[in-house]
Write a protein that binds this ligand. Sequence first.
Ligand code: CTP
Length: 407
Amino acid sequence: LAGRLGASLGLPVYVVGGFVRDLLLQRPNQDIDLVAEGDGLRLARALAKELGGRVREHRKFLTSMVIFTDTQGREQRLDVATARLEYYEHPAALPTVELSSIKMDLFRRDFSINALAVRLDGSFGQLVDFFGGQRDIKDKVIRVLHTLSFVEDPTRCLRAVRFEQRYGFHIGQGTEKLIKNALSLKLMDRLSPQRLYGEFRHLCEEDAPLACFTRMDQLGIWEAIAPQLGLTPTRKALLQRLQEISGWYRLLYFEEEPLPWLVYFLGLNHGLNYALTAEHYRRLGLPEALRAVVLSQREHLRSLGSQLARRQAEGAAPSALCALLRPLRLEFLLYLMAQTSDAPLQKNISRYITQWRRETADITGDDLRRLGLAPGPACGRILAAVLRAKLDGQAPTAESQLALAAS
Ligand code: CTP
C-alpha cells in the first residue's frame, strides 16, 4: 500500500532499519519504519486515509506516525519519515539524487546492519545496501558507518552490545576501538539520564540481559556510566538467578508483569548502600514517580530477609509469611526469591507469587450481611481472618469459612 501510494504521489518510499535487518535474519519484527524521499507527511496522510486511521505529525523533523486499527481490531503504528531534501537541490539529476537522498538518510544511522532499506514503490522489493550491511549480517559483525558514530551518539555503545548479544554477532575490531575511544573521551558523561534510561530499559527487555551487562562490563561501559555498577561475581550470580526467575515468571502468563528495568536495577545494585543506589537511580534516569517507593522497599527488604528466614525456620504458617510479603511489589518478590538460598523459604516465596497473593476468601460481604452483620470495619477484619484460615488450610471451603465467620 505504501509503495502504491508513494508511486501515485511521485514519492520514492522505502522500509528501513530494524525491519529490514530482521527480515534478512528471518526474525519477526512488527516495527515498520518508512522513509519517503520528498514529503513524507503527504505519504503519511494518504496512508492514514486509506487505512482509516489518523496522523500524528512532527513537522519540525518532517516525521509522522500513522495510527490505525488493523483487521483484528488492534491498534497499529507506522512511522513515516522524510529523507533529507538534497533531492530538491539537483532536480536535473533525479535518479542519482533520489538514491543519494536515501543514502544520506541511511548514512546517518548507527550500524551497517541497520542501514539497509527495501524499496516499496516502482521496483518493489529492491534491497538498498550502500554500506555492506548484507555482508555484515552474513559475517555476523556489528560495524559503524563512520568514525564519529559514537561521538554523534554515545548511546550507540550500548546499542552495539545489545545487537551483538541479541544476534550472537561480534562487534568488529575497528568499532570496538571506537567504543573504547568514546569511553576514554568520557562521552558517556554527556548523556542525559533520560537517554540512558531509554537504553537501559531496552537492555533489560532483551531475552538475556545478563549477557549484555557482562559485555558492557568487559568493554568498560559500566565503569564509564557508574563505576560501582561493575559486575562482581556475587552480583553476576544473582543477575543470572534473576534472569532465570524472570523467565520462569513469564511462562506463568500472569496478567501482572514486572518492570524489567526495576528487576535488573535491584540486581545490579545488590550490596550497595542507599546513597549509591539513589545516585544510580538518578544517573540511569529511572522514573521519578517510583523513586521513593523503590528506595524505601529496598531498605525494607534488608530487615525483611532475616525476619522471613527466622519465621520460616520457626515453621510459620502461610498467612504469617503472606503478612510479611504483602507490602512488596512484584519486582521485589522476584529479587527476594533470587537471593534466597534457603530452599523451603524460596518455595514459599514462589507459592506466594503464584498462588497465595491472589487468594481471596470464598465468602463476601453479602454473606456476612446475610449472617446479620452490618457493613463496617468489622466485616473487613472478619474477611481477613477468614482468608488467613483459608491460607493456613483451616477453612478450605466456603461452608467452613461461613461457619468461621458466624463464630
Ligand atoms: N538509530 C540510530 N542511532 C540511534 C538509534 C537509532 O542510528 N542511537 C537508527 C537505526 O538505524 C535503527 C533505527 O534508527 O535501525 C530505529 O531505531 P530503533 O527503533 O531504536 O532500533 P531498531 O533497529 O528497530 O531496534 P530494535 O529491534 O531493538 O527495536
